[in-house]
Design a protein around this ligand. Structure first.
Ligand code: LMR
Length: 394
């Protein structure tokens, strides 16, 4: 008997695994609407000019390759806090602490460990949500429970069902919300609904864990942080995981951050606990992505360029979404595609059953995620008819 022979094989990751299958697919007309990436030239992801300019500056500077502090680059953390919490954050009652992390995923992981060690064993996640949330939080040792995130026929979220679920959550438990551009539905609570949620969460004494992976790709940089800034104004002590994969195109640089809002006295103890967790996993983060982000955000011209490019991507998403909506509604005028039309950010659900999603892959070379999610960013104008026909095929 070999030592490792009884280790079972895990199924492939639902999103990354699909990229391998897609690459192996030899059909020339295959279309990948699965992973959340903005396509750029020749099969690679979209490159921001602002990022290229920042890299030129960094190359020139030959910035040091020393270890970063355990919680990352201070200039990056400072700018992330401004971006996430707003530049007027210093006027708020609560203070905050930000640690650079290896992508948004490590921010979620470190936040989960922090919750488990100091606050709660239970975390509530939306159903549906990003496919990695459940397994990530479970891997950290949290008990993961779903709450309903139901999309209505009018293209909104059924807030009443969330409020009812909140009533039955135990005091002190953690609840995950996506700050904007909900993955996979693309549908967020309205500003007024966030206000109601904030009150309900306060009343139930829950700890909110915001996941924000698409700031600037929904309604705008400030607008997409509305929920977080409202919760800060309303004195929520909370956790926020941020990713810069999509809004800076830094997928492979694994650049993210964990922010915790807390009383001023708690900043030092909390930061020491977060550093303890980081040190036990990867000691300190990698530098390059954070250097890029802080170079851009500390330079007004580069910041303006980046914001312009972000706006362009946002507008592209709106155009592609509307074009797909138009094509679908023209072909099947009696069907309700409002949820697609009302969605924002990269994703929308097609609500197709899994068997249909699989047959689209096999018969049409059209790759959706198993939960029927499509990446709007990957829909080029010339593909609209083909995609619409495939989605509506019997
Ligand atoms: C996605 O949801 O497609 C992306 O966030 C990639 C990932 O890590 O799953």
């Amino acid at each position: 008997m070999n030592i490792f022979s009884s280790i079972p094989k895990e199924p492939e990751d639902p999103i990354y695994g699909l990229q391998v299958t897609f690459k192996k697919d030899e059909r020339k007309d295959k279309i990948n609407l699965s992973i959340g990436v903005f396509p750029g030239h020749q099969g690679s992801s979209f490159r921001f000019n602002a990022v290229d300019s920042a890299e030129d500056i960094l190359l020139e500077k030959l910035y040091p390759k020393d270890y970063l502090p355990i919680d990352g680059l201070p200039a990056f953390n400072e700018k992330v806090a401004d971006l996430v919490l707003g530049e007027d954050r210093k006027e708020m009652t609560l203070s905050s602490y930000t640690a650079q992390t290896i992508g948004g995923t490590a921010a979620l992981h470190i936040g989960a460990k922090f919750l488990l060690q100091h606050c709660t064993q239970k975390i509530y996640i939306p159903d549906p949500t990003w496919v990695n949330h459940r397994r990530l939080f479970e891997a950290c040792g949290l008990e993961v429970i779903s709450y309903p995130y139901e999309i209505t026929a009018a293209g909104g979220v059924n807030i009443q069902r969330i409020l009812t679920a909140i009533q039955s959550m135990p005091e002190g438990a953690a609840i995950v919300f996506q700050a904007s551009c909900h993955n996979p539905t693309g549908i967020d609570p309205t500003d007024a609904e966030w206000q109601v949620l904030s009150q309900a969460i306060k009343k139930r004494k829950l700890i909110t864990f915001f996941d924000m992976a698409y700031q600037g790709l929904g309604r705008g940089l400030h607008e997409d942080a509305f929920s977080i800034r409202l919760f800060l104004e309303e004195d929520h002590e909370m956790l926020i995981a941020t990713s810069f994969s999509k809004n800076f195109g830094l997928y492979s640089e694994r650049t993210g951050a964990l922010t915790i809002t807390c009383t001023r006295e708690s900043v030092i103890p909390i930061s020491s606990q977060v550093r303890k967790i980081i040190r036990s996993i990867y000691s300190s983060p990698a530098s390059h992505g954070a250097q890029i982000v802080q170079t851009i955000l500390n330079d007004p011209t580069l910041t303006a360029n980046w914001q312009r490019e972000l706006k362009h991507l946002r507008e592209t998403l709106t155009t592609s979404r509307q074009a797909l909506y138009n094509a679908l509604s023209k072909k099947q005028p009696h069907k309700n595609f409002t949820a697609l039309q009302k969605s924002i950010g990269l994703f929308a659900l097609t609500f197709l059953p899994t068997e249909k999603v699989h047959s689209l892959r096999q018969e049409h070379g059209l790759y959706l995620c198993d939960d029927s999610r499509i990446n709007i960013a990957a829909i080029r104008q010339e593909l609209i008819e083909t995609i619409a026909n495939a989605l509506l095929s019997p």
